[in-house]
Design a binder for this molecule. Structure first.
Ligand SMILES: *Cc1c(COP(=O)(O)O)cnc(C)c1O
Length: 459
């Protein structure tokens, strides 16, 4: 057979420019070290690419959160609790990718498991039985609270919430979902229906019908909502919430609240979905925040740190009574890449590291130490700091105004400490470093925090 090479259109297309560019990029990826000239080239190309082909809005955002030229900080490598930019400047990562890096950056055990798997098979056939999915599901049934048993694997947090919502809808024909104000569950249309923030939702209304938001922590309003929904024949299918609200600004549940929500769900025959995308995998001092509060949900959503900071990976884990609605036809909800062998290898190694290195306990201990030290510093500047709260290594620092929070996070970044804080919402920033962070690194963060507050207080 001969291949037709006379396609005129193809011959006319000149790829020489782009192939030279591709070769240059690949040669840079390959290198252990880059030169100063290469670093400058990388920075130039990155800023240009963002402006012309990604989204110039990101450059404006970076300009607002950093001093002078630092808006063009381009990340390049990472390990442990730190990452480096192309010029070799090191940052202690207290943003932790909003909770991705629980076992640290490029944890060697996770990298090894993924590399070993990659050297044999990267992705699955989509037809035969893939072994690691089964093994990871077994491990999850073992380590998740109560009788959570069956797992469906996904690639991200929003996908885990989508799967949870679809599972709940398959499980019963009830149409009402109760979510909470200040909740964050992701930005695809299904999970966005549960997410609370108006600016993210408004252009996309109406979303999935039947979602109601009640104030987080207010059990009476939730009870009344259950009752009125039942009265009008629109019974509650499920309640979805984060045991501790992350994106909302590290909002801890009031004493007894989560148990009361569990009881309400049981009383009205509704499901309880815990979105532990951020609080799971040891972050708050127990493997799952649910355990810390002694409450077992019917469906548990995981992602972020689930892939060990190496692979995108997530899961929904459910009780058999709920999950069994997918037994007759497992193709009712599928994803091509969810549960792929690389992601499963990463998750299995991540769980191993969390258990072996007792990282949930470490999060509890180091978190308590860090929270105490941060509060000591915060108390010295009551005119700036309003409240510091948290559980484990999920800590929120709340300032009196957005401007103060924004100046503090800018100052910290300048001194090589990354926290989450933006111009539009920096009243509270989150500190969620790797659970492996050393006490020396914690002390350095505290000292920097103090220095930045002092400078600001003098102004
Ligand atoms: C980050 C987050 C999500 C969304 O995860 P993505 O991977 O960004 O889709 C959902 N729920 C919670 C609680 C989160 O923190």
């Amino acid at each position: 057979m001969t291949i037709n090479t006379t396609n005129k259109e193809l011959e006319k297309k000149d790829y020489s420019g782009v192939t030279d560019y591709i070769k240059k990029v690949l040669s840079i990826i390959e290198k252990d070290q880059i030169t100063k000239e290469e670093a400058e080239w990388v920075t130039r190309e990155t800023v240009d690419g963002f402006r012309e082909n990604v989204n110039p809005g990101f450059l404006d955002y970076r300009k607002t959160v950093t001093k002078d030229k630092q808006f063009a900080a381009v990340e390049w490598s990472d390990s442990g609790s730190c990452f480096q930019d192309v010029n070799g400047k090191e940052y202690i990562d207290c943003l932790g990718g909003f909770g991705i890096y629980n076992v640290g950056h490029r944890n060697p055990k996770v990298v090894k498991a993924v590399t070993d798997q990659l050297n044999r098979q990267a992705l699955h056939s989509q037809d035969l039985l893939d072994p690691l999915r089964a093994m990871l599901a077994k491990i999850l049934a073992e380590i998740t609270p109560g009788d959570l048993k069956y797992s469906f694997f996904v690639n991200s947090g929003t996908e885990s919430v989508e799967a949870a919502i679809k599972l709940a809808k398959m499980h019963s024909d009830r149409t009402t979902f109760i979510a909470t104000t200040r909740a964050f569950h992701g930005k695809s249309l299904g999970s966005l229906s549960a997410t609370a923030k108006g600016v993210f939702r408004k252009p996309f209304l109406p979303m999935i019908q039947g979602f109601r938001h009640v104030p987080f922590g207010d059990i009476e309003t939730m009870r009344r909502t259950f009752e009125s929904c039942a009265l009008v024949g629109e019974d509650v299918n499920a309640v979805i919430l984060e045991p501790i609200q992350g994106e909302g600004g590290v909002i801890l549940p009031p004493e007894g609240y989560l148990q009361q929500v569990r009881e309400l769900c049981d009383e009205f025959g509704a499901l309880l979905i815990f979105d532990e995308v951020q609080t799971g995998m040891g972050r708050t001092g127990t493997m799952f925040a649910a355990e810390g509060y002694g409450v077992v949900p019917d469906i548990l959503c995981l992602a972020k740190a689930f892939g060990g900071g190496v692979m995108p990976a997530g899961a929904v884990v459910a009780k058999e009574e709920v999950f069994k609605c997918l037994f007759p036809n497992p193709f009712m909800h599928t994803t091509t890449f969810g549960g792929n062998p690389l992601a499963c290898a990463a998750a299995i190694a991540t769980i191993d590291v969390l258990i072996e290195e007792k990282l949930p306990q470490r999060a509890a201990e180091v978190g308590e130490y860090m929270l105490g030290k941060l509060r000591e510093v915060g108390n010295e500047f009551p005119e700036l700091v309003l409240e510091i709260r948290g559980k484990g290594l999920l800590i929120g620092v709340e300032f009196h105004t957005d401007e103060i929070g924004y100046e503090v996070s800018k100052g910290l970044f300048d001194h090589g400490v990354l926290v989450a804080g933006t111009l539009v919402n920096s009243k509270t920033f989150r500190i969620e470093p790797p659970l492996t962070i050393s006490i020396e690194e914690v002390d350095k963060v505290i000292a920097t925090f103090k220095q930045v507050l002092e400078t600001l207080s003098e102004k």
